[in-house]
Ligand binder design. Structure first.
Ligand code: KG4
Ligand code: ZN
Length: 350
């Protein structure tokens, strides 16, 4: 039953949590959104500097809120991949330093494995195998979760990730950053059937369409054309209808693919993870479809969908329980396939 102090700084949240296996003792998330808002998106160098300013305070508050001292902590973890290199370095260096000073094992954690583990925080009895749909700012993947550290990618988007599509479309609609929550909010006032948009099917060389992979770049271009057409006609854009139609299309596309994949492979449980898992349209679509097909679909609570350190701590605790630790020479990686997670660890035998 490992207790871990975990740090997440892969993008624009400085997060620290203390987790005992699948139980959250404290979780601090210091968002940088107001800082990046003025630039319309995340500026990597600004993100690194913000992490540096915030990290020590966040660690102190996480320890205080958990009412725990260092002798009760079994390991120190930080996200080491994928993400913004400068941002990741701040969290990783802080974790390594704490591990050295307090003589604790150190673990690097794959960010996407963290998003998978977010589900365990609200469903502590869940065990693999299950199907995971990861929908974040940088990834949209269908993952077969076999065990801790053992993953197989069954499907993915060929270009823009779902969150990226939300952010780009929000920019087209002048809704600001981050785009996902803004579209989600506005879509509630719009008609999801107002515009027919492409779902992002991928043709197969010998006819038909790919069952699990999708492409969202065509959808984004279709929204751009729509905006341009309204401009050309001198009409005001029905922004809420466009937002609702776009969200509906993404939700329908993802739902179709994840349900098809679950049925094809015989999974009875689907766990959703990543920032887009917070989307109300996706949640409704998936819940309805899962009910129809008698499948169990699990969404983490909203605070654990978007980036947080509790999910990183949960993954690290599982690895630590299995004797996995990382060498202090471990570096950060802007990209790393989920299938390479075990490259981060060495097995310690006592
Ligand atoms: O997992 P996450 O916090 O960071 C990454 O690992 O990328 O995901 C961030 C993404 C952003 O693209 C953001 O716009 C999107 O998740 N997002 C949402 C919602 N909340 C966050 N997308 C749609 N609806 C939401 N409610
Ligand atoms: Zn994330």
């Amino acid at each position: 039953m490992a207790t871990v102090l975990a740090i997440e700084t892969s993008c624009d949240e400085t997060a620290v949590a203390i987790v005992n296996n699948r139980k959250v003792c404290s979780s601090i998330v210091a968002s940088q959104i107001p800082v990046h808002q003025q630039y319309g998106g995340v500026v990597p160098e600004v993100a690194s500097r913000q992490h540096l300013e915030t990290i020590n305070g966040a660690i102190a508050i996480a320890l205080e809120q958990a009412e725990i001292d260092w002798n009760k902590i079994d390991g120190i973890a930080a996200t080491c991949a994928p993400g913004l290199v400068g941002a990741l370095l701040v969290g990783l260096t802080a974790a390594k330093t704490l591990a050295m000073v307090h003589h604790k094992p150190f673990l690097g954690v794959h960010h996407l494995e963290g998003h998978i583990y977010a589900t365990y925080l609200s469903e502590p009895t869940l065990e693999p195998p299950f199907l995971s749909l990861l929908v974040s700012g940088g990834h949209t993947s269908l993952i077969c979760v076999k065990d801790c550290g053992d993953y197989e990618t069954l499907g993915e988007t060929r270009d823009d990730a779902a969150g990226e599509a939300f952010d780009k479309v929000a920019r087209l609609l002048c809704l600001g950053y981050p785009g996902g929550p803004a579209i989600d909010k506005l879509a509630k006032q719009g008609n999801p059937q107002a515009f027919i948009l492409p779902e992002g099917k991928i043709s197969l060389p010998d006819g038909g369409y790919h069952r699990y992979d999708a492409s969202f770049s065509g959808l984004k271009t279709a929204v751009l054309r729509l905006v341009q057409q309204f401009e050309k006609d001198g009409q005001s854009l029905p922004t809420a209808d466009v937002a609702a139609s776009f969200q509906e299309t993404v939700a329908r596309s993802l739902t179709k693919r994840v349900i098809t994949c679950a049925l094809d492979y015989g999974f009875s449980t689907i766990a959703i993870g990543g920032g887009v898992a917070a989307n109300s349209g996706l949640r409704q679509h998936l819940q309805k479809a899962a009910q129809t097909h008698n499948l169990r679909v699990l969404f983490p609570p909203l605070k654990f969908c978007t980036d947080n350190a509790a999910m990183i701590g949960c993954a690290a605790a599982d690895h630590l329980n299995r004797g996995h630790t990382s060498p202090l020479t471990l570096g950060v990686h802007s990209r790393l396939a989920l299938t390479q997670v075990m490259d981060l660890y060495q097995l310690v035998t006592h």
